[in-house]
Design a protein around this ligand. Structure first.
Ligand code: DQA
Length: 149
């Protein structure tokens, strides 16, 4: 099983950026956590990070026919991007939304998630562990019949 993890804008600033909200650990630490989790689950992992909406759309399209599922933290684009929603709908891959912070207890503008409308579930407020839960969820929910032989 091949999973693509996509991270949106400003997540490269983890550790520096608002540590009270996003934690003190760096983006490199998140990548290490993702690789360790993938190894434990026995899944192949591709990680993509961009500050640019169009690059996120391009990567979602790239996943079509190559990946079995997508874990996505679109960061601020969660709350604005119909383009990312449409890309997720276009490829129709099983997708799970992740947020490090508890977005539903933050500002009103964070209460809408466009990307979430194309995702099977969401893990928010669990820090790095939310990504682990999302990867586990996909590993458990993608039927093996749908995987390339
Ligand atoms: C975030 C929450 C978003 O509202 C915010 O814009 C981010 C990070 C999170 O992981 O908690 O950049 O997606």
């Amino acid at each position: 099983m091949k999973l693509l993890v996509i991270n949106g804008p400003n997540l490269n600033m983890l550790g520096i950026r608002e540590p009270d909200i996003y934690g003190k650990e760096s983006y490199a630490a998140l990548e290490r956590y993702l690789h360790e989790t993938a190894d434990k689950l026995g899944v192949e992992l591709e990680i993509f990070k961009s500050n640019h909406e169009g690059e996120l759309v391009d990567k979602i399209q790239w996943a079509y026919g190559r990946m079995d599922g997508i874990v996505i933290n679109p960061a601020a684009y969660t709350h604005t991007s119909v383009a990312i929603l449409d890309a997720l709908k276009a490829v129709a891959l099983p997708a799970v939304e992740v947020h490090l912070s508890q977005v539903d207890q933050r500002e009103p503008f964070r209460q809408i998630s466009y990307a979430g409308m194309a995702c099977q579930t969401c893990f928010a407020g669990l820090g790095f562990a939310g990504y682990g839960k999302a990867m586990e969820y996909l590993a458990d929910h993608i039927p093996s019949a749908d995987l390339p032989q």
